[in-house]
Structures are given as structure tokens and as C-alpha cells.
Design a protein around this ligand. Structure first.
Ligand SMILES: [Cu+2]
Length: 330
């Protein structure tokens, strides 16, 4: 990822942390929201650093001064100093509060004709729906959100179970996903690339394994992706993939997962219609490889303990066929 020039204070801060750049950093803005927050962050940090420095200097001066009886004139001066400090405190707090309010207002401004994407939090994965806007059918996927660069996006956030929090630091601030309440986030992704997000509200055992990818693409690529996702799953090519599909439909898999174009129409787990087109498996826990798919099906509870997919016992050749078929769902 490209490094950009940062204010001198930022360099100081970065020296003590692992770094400010990367695909999951609020200090490496790639979206309108994060840019506004970054613009607020540095002045606030600078102002607070100055206040801290001033307090420390005064404290040091007070400690170094010899104790002696305070003459009346000095007492008067101290009184003035206390009043001045109080006034300065009120001033600093007021200015920062107003700046923070203006930034929040700027970030949550409604967009004209945004691309609407619904994101629903589940323990411990993300359901992503592109609603049917023009009669060509809705697209449902999981753990990966594709976006066109430069276009206003409105994410409609909800939760199926507990409180989660949607956070892609490089794009915008975080927003809670609360059962029974609809929240939203609007922003523009400014550069193509892949960014990482993470649930930011403790939501149970696998909270730390609830990641997602944001794939920011040029508009034409995004449209092509969306059109491909609208298709039903490709019919299985060859006997092994046919077996894989049949086993998936006949075993409990199909009761929890939907694969459009097959008999599997479950609603509990992620939609797997174009499963293998995603970059990761089980909300960022494993890379999308045939081996990882087989490992996941063979023992989901060791890989992600407590998650809502039970172990469904399969014979080795059945496991082979099912994972080969899933790997073909591009
Ligand atoms: Cu969480």
C-alpha cells in the first residue's frame, strides 16, 4: 500500500505503534468518512498534546519552587492563573466539541442516489445483500462487500442476534448493529483496493474471528461482479461435482445454506451460491482454497469453536466431492 506524507506528530505516534498504514487503519484513509475523521484526529491530538505539555511544565515549576509563605500579591497572581486556566479549558473543550459535532454531521450527511447494500450481523459472520433495484434479482453473499470506487454507498446495518459493530477503519467510523434497530453508514470509497474490516463490539466467543473484506473496484468491474453474482450456481461439470451437489442437498448442509439453482435453500448459514468467488472462508478465518474448504467441513468446531455450524459426518469420498463442488461455485 502506498505510504503518504503524515504530519510530524503522526510520525511520532507511528514510531510507538506498529504503523499507521495498511488495509485496516483509521490513519490510512481510503474513504470520505475516514478522511474527515483523520482531519479531526490530528488537530485534536495536537491540541491535547499541547495541553498536556503545558500542565506538565506548570507542575514541574511548582514542584521545583521552594516552599515559602505566599505573599498576598503572589496569591492574587495565582488566582488569576487559575481563572485563566479554567477559561482556557472551557475554550478548548468547546472548540473540540463543535469540531467533533461538525465532523459527525458531515459524515452522516444523506447521499443522493446512493448504492444501497444491506449488511446483517450474525454470530459470527456478515450477511451482505444487494437489494433487487431493477427487477434483475437480489444478490446475497457473505463476509465480502464489493463496492464501486467514487460512488456514494449507503450501508443499511442490522443484526440477527446480538449487538455487533460494523467497522472498516480505512473507510469510515464504526456503527453498531443492534437487533430490532436499523442503523446506516454513508461514505464514498476513494481508491480501488481490498480493505479489511472487523466486528468492533464484543459479540461472543468468536468475536475476534468476525472479519470481512471490502473490495473496492472500478465501476465496470463492480457491475460485472454484480451481474455474475446474480446468476444461479453453474450446473456441476462431471460426476464428482454432481455427487458433491447431491450430497450437499441430501445432507443437513442444504437445510442451513442456500445455493440458488439447487434444492439447497437454507437460511441459517451463509449463502453459498458463488461461495468460491470470495477471498476467505468463515469470516476471514481461512483462505479460500480447496484444502481449507475440506478442513472446514471436516471439523468446523475446532477451526472456529462455538460457531453455529455443527459437524456433519461425511465419508472421505463424500467430503472430497462436496468440497470439490463448493470450490467450483465461482
Ligand atoms: Cu463482534
Amino acid at each position: 500500500m502506498a505510504t503518504r506524507r503524515l504530519p510530524p506528530l503522526a510520525l511520532l505516534a507511528c514510531a510507538s505503534a506498529t504503523g499507521c498504514s495498511g488495509w485496516q487503519s483509521a490513519l490510512d484513509a481510503r474513504g470520505s468518512g475516514s478522511r474527515a475523521l483523520e482531519a479531526l484526529f490530528w488537530p485534536v491530538t495536537a491540541a491535547l498534546a499541547l495541553v498536556w505539555l503545558a500542565v506538565m511544565l506548570v507542575l514541574a515549576a511548582a514542584l521545583l519552587r521552594r516552599r515559602r509563605p505566599v505573599p498576598a500579591q503572589a496569591a492574587r497572581r495565582s488566582e488569576i492563573a487559575v481563572w485563566a486556566a479554567t477559561l482556557a479549558t472551557v475554550l478548548v473543550i468547546t472548540v473540540l466539541t463543535v469540531a467533533s459535532h461538525l465532523t459527525t454531521r458531515h459524515i452522516s450527511r444523506a447521499a443522493a442516489d446512493p448504492l444501497v447494500i444491506q449488511v446483517r450481523g450474525y454470530q459470527w459472520w456478515w450477511q451482505v445483500t444487494y437489494p433487487d433495484s431493477d427487477g434483475t434479482g437480489a444478490v446475497v453473499t457473505a463476509n465480502e462487500i464489493h463496492l464501486p470506487v467514487g460512488r456514494q454507498v449507503r450501508l443499511e446495518l442490522s443484526s440477527a442476534d446480538v449487538i455487533h459493530s460494523f467497522w472498516v477503519p480505512s473507510l469510515t467510523g464504526k456503527q453498531d448493529m443492534i437487533p430490532g434497530r436499523d442503523n446506516q453508514l454513508t461514505f464514498v470509497a476513494e481508491t480501488p483496493g481490498i480493505l479489511r474490516g472487523q466486528c468492533a463490539e464484543f459479540c461472543g466467543l468468536q468475536h475476534a474471528h468476525m472479519a470481512l473484506l471490502m473490495v473496492v473496484e472500478p465501476p465496470a468491474e463492480f457491475e460485472a461482479w454484480l451481474a455474475a453474482q446474480r446468476q444461479e450456481a453453474a450446473p456441476p461439470a462431471g460426476p464428482m461435482l454432481r455427487d458433491g451437489q447431491r450430497i450437499f442437498e441430501q445432507r443437513p448442509c442444504g437445510a442451513c445454506h442456500r445455493v440458488r439453482g439447487t434444492a439447497a435453500a437454507g437460511e441459517i448459514g451463509p449463502d453459498l451460491t458463488h461461495f468460491a468467488s470470495r477471498g476467505t472462508l468463515a469470516a476471514g478465518v481461512l483462505p479460500m482454497t480447496r484444502g481449507a474448504i475440506a478442513a472446514w467441513i471436516a471439523d468446523p468446531q475446532t477451526i472456529k469453536p462455538g460457531n453455529n455450524m455443527p459437524l456433519v459426518p461425511l465419508a472421505p469420498d463424500e467430503l472430497q466431492a462436496v468440497s470439490a463442488w463448493l470450490a467450483s461455485l465461482r
